[in-house]
Design a protein around this ligand. Structure first.
Ligand SMILES: Nc1ncnc2c1ncn2[C@@H]1O[C@H](COP(=O)(O)OP(=O)(O)O)[C@@H](O)[C@H]1O
Ligand SMILES: [Mg+2]
Length: 312
């Protein structure tokens, strides 16, 4: 039998139905009790504006399935089978790590895995102190504030910078200790560049087993970057002419193919679009066409030089 049918909700978990179109990816939505027989529809809907990352979406569904089964088991007097949900997100800049972590915290609040579902983003400087004892206090304070939600530690590998004598080590030890004390009260997500995170886990072998969910965020291909651009523009109620789209694709293709390029994936796209939106505003104000279509449509000239250089 299909798991979705077997796991038809009896009323205990809130499934959220998105009733409005064109909301931002991380928009607020109306909560309703549902007896839906298709719990994964909610996840698909939730991630509908997230381009690519199919493995990740599947893994989130697996976790969700586990949450549902665990709850069903408890209802029938069986032991909960819910494992720890701490995660490691490996990926280059702009591949969606922070965005997905934020979404996970909201989703897990909705399905009852997290009590509060608030999102706390920190980096080394928020955890590591300047003198002995300072780091443990700083780290504990951060964890206390994050209880009930997701604690997202960006560039987590930098905690291993400086080796044994560095206070970063104290932060790691404090995190591990707190994970034991508050094991089901928060989800910790460690994020960073793939190579650095792999190295970090090698020199802290105990950590890998405490973070059983490891998700890889690959660099996007040009066709995905173009889709991301379209989603971003749609969200802002803008669009592109066919020629703009063609040139943008060419440019993104070249950028994504440049070997060893310091290319920030979807963040690069966002910056490019924001610049284009500013240039578009300037063009519109200097011109005379204030019709709706003109106010929405980005032309190739609205983009910086780079879009034209690629068009040879
Ligand atoms: N798969 C995706 N689909 C749609 N937008 C995305 C995707 N990945 C990233 N973005 C967007 O790109 C920008 C940068 O993403 P971010 O989560 O900050 O990346 P990271 O934390 O990996 O550096 C954000 O505006 C985000 O919404
Ligand atoms: Mg980030």
């Amino acid at each position: 039998m299909h798991p979705e049918v077997k796991l038809a909700r009896q009323s205990t978990i809130n499934i959220v139905l998105n009733e409005e179109k064109n909301k931002s990816v991380i928009g607020r939505e109306k909560r309703v009790e549902s007896h839906s027989a298709a719990p994964f529809q909610r996840i698909d809907q939730y991630f509908s504006k997230v381009i690519g990352l199919e493995d990740l979406k599947k893994q989130i569904k697996e976790i969700y399935a586990q949450v549902l089964v665990s709850e069903k088991r408890q209802e029938l007097g069986l032991k909960s089978n819910l494992q720890v949900l701490h995660m490691i997100f490996k990926g280059n800049p702009g591949t969606g790590k922070t965005t997905i972590a934020r979404m996970v915290s909201e989703l897990f609040k909705e399905v009852g895995v997290l009590e509060k579902g608030h999102f706390t983003e920190v980096d080394r400087s928020d955890l590591v102190g300047e003198y002995i004892g300072h780091t443990a206090k700083k780290t504990k304070d951060v964890i206390r504030k994050a209880l009930g939600g997701v604690l997202f530690i960006d560039e987590a590998y930098s905690l291993a910078r400086g080796g044994e004598k560095d206070f970063g080590k104290e932060a790691i030890d404090t995190i591990v200790k707190c994970m034991e004390d508050h094991h089901d009260e928060l989800i910790i997500i460690l994020a960073g560049y793939p190579e650095e995170m792999d190295h970090f886990l090698t020199i802290n072998p105990g950590l890998a087993s405490r973070f059983p969910i490891q998700l890889d965020f690959s660099n996007y291909e040009a066709v995905e970057l173009l889709k991301i651009a379209k989603v971003m523009l749609e969200d802002r109620e803008y669009c592109m002419t066919k020629e703009t789209e063609r040139r943008l694709y060419l440019h993104l293709y070249r950028m994504s193919m440049r070997p060893g390029a310091n290319f920030s994936n979807a963040r690069y796209v966002r910056n490019l679009l924001e610049e284009a939106i500013r240039k578009h505003a300037w063009r519109i104000i200097c011109g005379s066409n204030l019709k709706k279509a003109a106010l929405m449509t980005l032309e190739p000239d609205d983009f910086s030089e780079c879009l034209h250089q690629d068009n040879s």
